[in-house]
Structures are given as C-alpha cells and as structure tokens.
Design a protein around this ligand. Structure first.
Ligand code: GLC
Length: 549
C-alpha cells in the first residue's frame, strides 16, 4: 500500500501533503510514517470524557464476543467467562470500550444459545452467574461495559414455561405460547423467518395435541406477547440483568414479538412497538444504559421511535451485510443508500455499524479473500457516523471454518486464534468447533508485532479515531465523484472537518470531486492527494483521510 501509484518513494518522512492552490500534489512523493497503534494520552483522556455519562454508547467501540469461541479457561474445549476476563486487557488495548456477549443463558444449543432455557441464569459451561458477576466487575474496573443478548421473541422448547405450557390447554402457562389446533391460524400471518429455519412455522406437539408457532427452529417456540403475563415476565428478566450490572441489551429479532393477521406487519407491529417502549422505560430507570436492536433487513428507522423512546442504536444491515458488493461494478451505491437512510433518522438515533456478525460470513470471506478489501470496508465502517461493532476475530482476519456443530453459520463462529500451535491458545483440550484454516498465521501471536498485519491495521485505525467525537457523532455527507469506484464522504463537527476517500478499485484512482470541500487538505490517514481543483488521487486499493483546514 505504500508503493504508491507505481512511483518510487523518497526516504523523507514529510507527512503533510498540502494543497493550498493550483494543481494536485502527487501522492507518494514521500513516505508517510506508520500510523501509531496506540492513541496519544490526550486522545485517551478525551475518550474517557466522551465515554462518561448517558451518551457513552455513541462514542464507544463495541466488540461482539462469541463467548463459547473466545477463550477456554478450563480445558473443556468451550470458551467461558473466566477465559473472557483473561482477555479483557487485550480488548482494552485494541481499543474496545464495550462488549456484546452472544447468549450465555442455559440452552440446549439448538440455535447457538438463541434458544434460551432460563432467562435469569448463566450456563454452567460458561461459569454460571458468579462468573458473570466477575466479568462485570473486571470490565467496569477497566472502564469497559457489558451488554447482554436479550432473546425475547422465543424461548427454547426446554424452557420451563414451554414445558408447562405444553402439558394441556388449561395450565397457568397455557397461553404463554402461540398454539393452534391446525398448522396455521388466521390471525398469524407470517411464516418462518427464512429458509434456514424450515418451510413451516408450525410444529405438532404430541403432549398437548396441538401445533405451536415458531419463526425459527422448531426447538424455539414463539412467546405469545398478546398475553400480558408474558410481557411482565420478560420485563422482569430484563430487570434481573440490569440489576446484575449489565450495561444494556442487544435485542434479538425484537421486531417480531407480536403476531398479527396482517402480513405487512410481521415486523414492528404497533403492539410490538408498545412493548419496546416499555423495555426502554425500564432501562431508563437505570443510569447510563443503552440498547441496540437487531432490525430486519431494510430501513432501521422504525426502531428509533422519537429517538428517545425506543432504541439507542439499531444495526445498519443495508451496508453492514452487503458491503461485499460495494467492491463490484455497483461500487459505492450501497454506502450512498445507507447514508441517505441514516440521514432520515430522528435526532438521538445512533447507527450501529457492522461488517460482520455471527449470522453472516466472515468479513474476510465477504472480501472474497482479499485483505485489502476488508481493510477498506473497515475504514468505511469505522469512519462513518455511528457506533462500530467489531465481530471477534475480524481484527486478525479470521478465515471461515469448515466444521459444523449447529448449522452453516458455524463457519464464522470458529474459536479465536491467540497463538501458533495446538489449541492456538484457545484451549488445552479439544475445541468444541474446529479452527478455521491458517490458524497459525491469523493468530494474535503471529500478527502482534507485524506492522503489515490486520491486527496492526485495526489497532492503528481504532487509535486514529479514538477520543475524537467527530467520528462518532459529527455530521456525515456523501461527496460526489466522477467515478463509481471511490466512496467519499465528509465528516465534520464544530471542531474538525475531514474528507474520507476509500478506493474500491485495484487500479490507481485519478478522479474529480463534483464539489471540492473548502480548505487546505492534509493527509492524516492512508495516502493520496486532493488538489485545490478537486482532483483526487489514490493509490491502487488505497484510501486517504484528508483533514481540511
Ligand atoms: C437472530 C440471531 C440469530 C438467531 C435468530 C433466532 O437473528 O442473530 O443467530 O438464529 O435471531 O434467535
């Protein structure tokens, strides 16, 4: 990336490419020093200030942890909470401020824990509730927050509520689930959520002699949210986690809570929105808590309500799950669409930005196996307005695994690779799911000191944006170009102004901005040149952030 535009680079370490007037400077005229992998003390202090108080989540960097695959502490091959505690310093050092834990409740694991058998407890395999208390204490001691996954649409069929509900039609929990004499009901219009979960949303229960409704796997019966007892039972469960010190929730498929007769209202029916408002009201009785919605694909706007009464954040899947195509001829369209959508969010809404999760392929796979593409995608993710959620292993470029324990999504759920050699520092036993390929090369040990590694790249980018509110909450605006192969956008707040230009092309770029933002341009990240005439030059597969003054 440093051999720019095919030109030999001079040995000087001049860092500033200034274009005051006249034509564009050539990028690559002098090599830029490597960006620091750690923020300055001033940035650290600024970050601490931004992360204090109710708006902390806007300035935080989140990290999604698959606890089962992160760090095993007792040799059973399964990651656990004490293991995670032992890696908190690594995460802190990476620049992570908050964790989202995939479900840790007791679960028969038919859907990787998204089949909850007890809302109030932590599975013994992860260390039980006492281990969660330790995690919260240790995370808070490092000024890190802990968000838990709240899976409210359905439970496991092993949950005591379902075990009672299925007994007969008159037991106290008989109405906790959605039952029918046939495999359908006129007041329930929606089928399974996707082909992944089967073709029929109704399964026969022989004990009760009726069918029950399940949007996901048959082992995940949907709760009946028309029953007020269910609403208060799950709010109690949520309260339990807040009382235990959880800093908030990632709310699983929350739009699906209430079933309706209208197929247009499968998601976010007015009754569902009313329950979300109750959850938010509960959350607001605790200081500095936040929650993020898993919306269905499409516009996340409905999840924000007024901007103050529903979710603090919702995942932006329009860019987050489809950025891979942004490297095709359709180029930057996706980012344009996503930015236009988020511009229409109400005041108070904060976009949650991802390029991967436990539900989709590894970012490295989406990048078609090109590390440079993942890096460019991560720059867009981390330099857009919003709160980034890094999925564990993204920072080392974890490769997709081939083993399957639950379903095909396991390819992106393989154990973290900490070290070279057997067990890869993850376990002393046999891992519950096989490691992906190149586990030695993608280990933290291998990448730690390599200046060209993905880990060094992530550390540097996270250090670059740290403590600067412009990246998390500054205004965001697409900048037009005469090429489709560059994503360019302006970021600004009262204090600072930046132009971010990310190339999607394997060729050098020499393009024209439709409108050159005013100011002298200084490259502060990556490499490139921005002329006063609006000509933008980027190296092949490169990117640049220009500070405008
Ligand atoms: C969410 C989870 C996914 C799970 C589904 C059902 O989409 O992210 O992993 O299978 O909900 O709970």
């Amino acid at each position: 990336m440093r051999a720019l535009l095919g030109r030999a680079v001079a040995a000087s370490s001049v860092v500033v490419l200034v274009v005051a007037c006249g034509g564009a400077d050539e990028p690559g005229a002098s090599p830029r020093p490597r960006p620091p992998t750690r923020p300055s003390p001033e940035q650290g202090a600024a970050a601490d200030r931004l992360l204090t108080g109710p708006d902390w989540y806007r300035h935080a960097v989140f990290y999604e942890v698959n606890v089962r695959s992160f760090q095993d502490s007792d040799g059973d091959g399964i990651g656990d909470l004490p293991g995670l505690v032992s890696r908190l310093d690594y995460l802190k050092d990476l620049g992570v401020d908050a964790l989202w834990l995939m479900p840790i409740n007791p679960s028969p694991f038919k859907d990787s824990g998204y089949d909850v058998a007890d809302y109030g407890d932590v599975d013994k395999v992860y260390g039980g509730k006492p281990a969660f208390d330790v995690l919260v204490r240790e995370a808070h001691a490092r000024k890190m927050r802990v968000m838990v996954d709240l899976v409210l649409n359905h439970t496991s069929d092993q949950h005591p509520w379902f075990q009672e509900s299925r007994k007969d039609k008159t037991n106290p929990k008989a109405d906790y689930y959605v039952w029918s004499d046939t495999d359908g009901r006129s007041d329930v219009a929606c089928g399974t959520y996707s082909a992944q979960f089967g073709t029929s949303a109704w399964a026969k229960d022989d004990q009760r002699g009726q069918y029950y409704y399940h949007r996901f796997y048959p082992g995940q019966p949907d709760l009946n949210y028309k029953n007020p007892a269910v609403v208060s039972a799950v709010l109690d469960a949520a309260k339990g986690w807040l009382d235990s010190g959880a800093d908030g929730f990632r709310c699983d498929v929350i739009g699906l809570l209430v079933e309706t007769a209208d197929p247009e209202q499968c998601s976010m029916a007015p009754e569902t929105q009313a329950i979300i408002r109750k959850l938010r009201a509960l959350l607001d009785t605790y200081p500095d808590r936040a929650m993020v919605a898993e919306p269905l694909l499409g516009d996340a706007r409905a999840y924000y309500g007024s901007g103050r009464d529903m979710f603090h954040m919702a995942f932006d899947f329009s860019y987050g799950y489809f950025w891979g195509v942004a490297f095709s001829a359709r180029s930057r369209k996706l980012v344009d669409v996503s930015m236009a959508q988020s511009a229409a969010f109400p005041e108070g809404a904060q976009n949650a930005l991802v390029i991967g999760s436990h539900d989709v392929q590894r970012a490295f796979t989406v990048a078609s196996g090109h590390e440079w593409r993942q890096r460019r995608a991560a720059e867009i993710q981390l330099l857009r307005r919003g709160t980034p959620f890094v999925y564990y292993g993204e920072e080392v470029g974890l490769r997709p695994g081939a083993g399957v324990v639950v379903d095909s999504r396991d390819s992106a759920r393989t154990p973290m690779t900490w070290a070279r050699g057997p067990g890869h520092g993850f376990t002393k036993g046999t891992p519950w799911l096989a490691f992906g390929p190149m586990a030695d090369e993608t280990s933290v040990e291998a990448e730690d000191r390599d200046p060209e590694s993905m880990l060094t790249f992530y550390r540097s980018l996270l250090a670059f944006r740290r403590g600067r509110a412009v990246w998390s909450t500054g205004a965001e605006r697409v900048v037009g170009l005469d090429t489709g192969s560059v994503v360019a956008f302006l970021r600004e707040d009262g204090a600072e102004r930046y132009l971010v230009a990310v190339s999607l092309s394997e060729e050098e770029v020499d393009a024209a901005l439709v409108e050159r933002p005013a100011g002298v341009a200084e490259v502060v990240w990556g490499d490139g040149a921005l002329g006063a005439d609006g000509r933008l030059k980027l190296p092949a597969r490169g990117s640049a952030v220009f500070r405008l003054r």
